[in-house]
Design a protein around this ligand. Structure first.
Ligand SMILES: [Zn+2]
Length: 194
């Protein structure tokens, strides 16, 4: 299946989860291997599981400066934005949102220069896109600490060159899911501690 197909399937799944979110208590594999850091998908979605624990992944940005642009249309309405865009000057350090491991360094048409970071307990993937460049020594498999500089803000991929920003996604991962899989949850309430 194409990457686009996977994304469409993911969005459909997310819609279904959204409709069921009120009653959804737990799901297979949402608790992650460790079971301690990541609770259910519902609590991630409400921002309770990670609330107060994630580093805002752009240096110098306060919670008040964050803007909830989850579910805004993109690509002339062909896609839905399942991420948060954090505006910052080109070259501003991008920071690891949590402890974990660099799982994949990937170049994509839309995302440009990107990083997929797996959380320490394996249950979450953090995705950082439109990066100007990686931190000089960054490699796949590398362990990183929350707040560690991993890249720089840019406008690679389909970002407006005049509006550099970090496109940041949080994916709740079922056991065995790979870096391009998972279910997107809204980063805004988590990062903004709402
Ligand atoms: Zn974005």
């Amino acid at each position: 299946m194409s990457r686009f197909g996977l994304i469409v399937a993911g969005l459909l799944a997310l819609l279904l989860i959204g409709f069921a979110s009120i009653v959804r208590v737990t799901g297979p594999g949402w608790s992650g291997a460790g079971g301690g850091g990541v609770a259910t998908g519902t609590t991630i979605g409400k921002g309770t599981s990670y609330a107060g624990t994630l580093v805002i992944p752009v240096q110098g940005v306060s919670t008040a400066a964050l803007h909830d642009d989850w579910a805004e249309p993109r690509g002339d309405g062909t896609r839905v934005h399942h991420a948060i865009d954090i505006m910052a000057a080109r070259g501003t350090p991008v920071l690891a949102a949590a402890d974990g491991r660099i799982e994949k360094l990937f170049q994509s048409r839309l995302g440009g220069t990107t990083i997929y970071q797996r959380s320490a307990d394996g249950g979450t993937v953090f995705y950082y896109a439109h990066l100007d460049h990686y931190a000089p020594t960054l490699v796949e498999g590398q362990a990183v600490k929350a707040g560690q500089e991993i890249a720089a803000v840019g406008s690679t991929g389909d970002a407006d060159a005049g509006a550099p920003h970090l496109h940041f996604e949080i994916h709740a991962m079922a056991p065995g899911e790979r870096w391009w899989q998972g279910t997107e949850v809204n980063p805004y309430p988590v990062l903004a501690r709402k």
